[in-house]
Design a protein around this ligand. Structure first.
Ligand code: AMP
Ligand code: ZN
Length: 477
């Protein structure tokens, strides 16, 4: 049974789902008025690992990931000046829908390139405003929210469990968090569920309180309920989501529907660059396409993320990414070489030799996703003298959670091209006679044809060179 660190209980909890065999999981998704950066992608990779692990355990994971396409209303974006880009696009004659569709597509493509399994549903905020109004109305009806001049606020003082997730208690909230002073609020810690549209606002919706637009947190309460029900098993996000976003989401959902909203809250630590949280506004962010433009294939970033535990910060450097790419290419070459191992095992023998490896690997993964240790186990396997067929079988199994697309390499290799076979033939004699300069020159010719020569005890083989493994092409520091 897996154990996950639960931000709510502040310890590792054994995972069980509310309904046997089904996991309902919600992931706070991207804001689609800009490209997602690789820091964002690290958080989605963490959610993907959770999902993959649960699927290997036989659960059907109902996974929803929202698309925030009302970003132009998000106060933090406006404050950081990121709405300038939207203003520019609008000036070019693009509509808000077109801008959102463009960045949604870019995000989905990044996820595909990173082998992130697609969520069952990617609900868009703008298509769920009536559901948000419903949640806000429920909160008003149940006395958790109040209406002032067309605005609806959550009354934090009315909800005694406020602070349970982040540990932020009401008394010290105002000191720690910058809250804009709003004379309409009863308490400055109250947050908006709905805001009245100011004169001239383009994007607005009708509501029982007049025309306006939803607050930031309400979209996740409304859309998680719409697709997964009022009680979820797992909710994921980055640590910056804990407060205020998830604290407020929790208060809204439990206030509106009663019962426990989420059983396991999981938060991923940040990807840093130059020691600071990667963020577009800080100017230290990279997109996946930028890495690709520098010659790095996306899965190298996935590998890099596997080398740090999700609850540890990870400082991104090109040196680290290069090492990840090399490791991945080396692993692929190992796997290809195992396909040439002609030893054969009976199913019983296979089970017997594989069992301890499986136990160790999945033991790490089930213990709050200790993927760096799991990867370590893969390298121990590579160095072990287990027969090739057993190694291949294990890699196919492990790749279900690693998601490195390794399983594809475990089949038989295509036959060598005739000219490469010829070169290997030519090389045999100088090699056997110890004429190394000549043998090495032929090795280089094989290399130029896209193959790597491997001299083993019994034979010489040539393995396809990994296309990723061209470090001379890579730039960066
Ligand atoms: P945003 O588009 O800002 O709402 O962020 C989308 C997701 O990425 C959220 O879950 C954030 O917590 C997460 N996130 C933002 N910056 C980083 C970072 N530098 N490292 C890891 N996750 C991040
Ligand atoms: Zn959210």
């Amino acid at each position: 049974m897996p154990r996950f660190f639960n931000t709510l209980t502040r310890r590792k909890d054994e995972f069980t789902s509310r309904e046997p065999g089904v996991v309902r999981m919600y992931t706070c998704g991207p804001t689609v008025y800009r490209y997602a950066h690789i820091g964002n992608m690290r958080t989605y990779l963490m959610a993907d690992a959770v999902r993959r692990l649960l699927e290997t355990q036989g659960y059907r994971v109902e996974h929803a990931k929202n698309i925030t396409d009302v970003g132009h209303m998000r106060q933090d974006m406006v404050e950081r000046g990121e709405d300038k880009m939207i203003a520019a696009a609008l000036k070019e004659g693009k509509t808000l829908d077109e801008i959102a569709a463009f960045y949604t597509e870019a995000f989905r493509s990044d996820e595909t390139k990173l082998n992130i399994l697609p969520a069952m549903v990617f609900p868009k905020a703008t298509e769920h405003v009536p559901q948000m109004i419903d949640v806000a109305q429920r909160l008003v009806d149940r006395g958790y929210a109040y209406v002032v001049d067309g605005n609806v606020y959550f009354d934090v003082a009315r909800y005694e469990k406020y602070g349970q997730l982040s540990g932020n208690q009401l008394g010290n909230l105002l000191q720690g968090v910058r809250v804009e002073v709003d004379p309409l609020k009863r308490n400055q810690t109250d947050f908006a569920l709905w805001k009245a549209a100011e004169p001239g606002r383009m994007v607005k919706w009708p509501s029982p309180w007049g025309e306006g637009f939803p607050g930031w947190h309400i979209e996740c309460s409304a859309m998680s309920t719409a697709y997964l029900g009022q009680q979820l098993d797992i909710h994921t996000g980055g640590v910056d989501n804990i407060f205020p976003h998830h604290e407020d989401e929790l208060a809204q959902s439990e206030g509106a529907f009663g019962g426990q909203f989420v059983r396991y809250w999981m938060h991923g630590q940040h990807l840093l660059a130059d020691g600071l949280k990667m963020a577009k506004s800080t100017g230290n962010s990279y997109t996946l396409s930028e890495l690709e433009a520098q010659g790095f294939e996306p899965l190298a970033f996935r590998y890099l993320c596997l080398t740090a535990h999700y609850r540890s910060r990870l400082n991104f450097t090109f040196q680290g990414l290069r090492a990840a790419l090399r490791a991945l290419a080396r692993l692929r070459t190992y796997i290809r070489s195992w396909t040439l191992d002609e030893r054969r095992l009976t199913p019983e023998e296979l089970d017997a030799v594989s069992a301890p490896w499986r136990r160790r690997f999945w033991g790490h993964v089930e213990d709050d996703l200790r993927l760096p240790d799991a990867i370590g186990e893969v390298w121990k396997l590579a160095d072990s003298d287990l027969p090739g067929p057993a190694k291949l079988d294990l890699v196919r199994d492990f790749d279900r959670v690693l998601g490195l697309d390794l399983a594809r390499l475990t089949g038989p290799l295509p036959p060598l091209p005739v000219h490469v076979r010829g070169l290997l033939e030519q090389r045999r004699e100088p090699r056997d006679r110890g004429h190394y300069p000549q043998a090495d020159a032929l090795r280089e010719s094989v290399r130029d044809s896209g193959y790597e020569v491997r001299d083993t005890a019994g034979a010489t083989v040539a393995l396809p060179r990994d296309p990723a493994f061209a470090p001379d092409k890579l730039v960066g520091t």
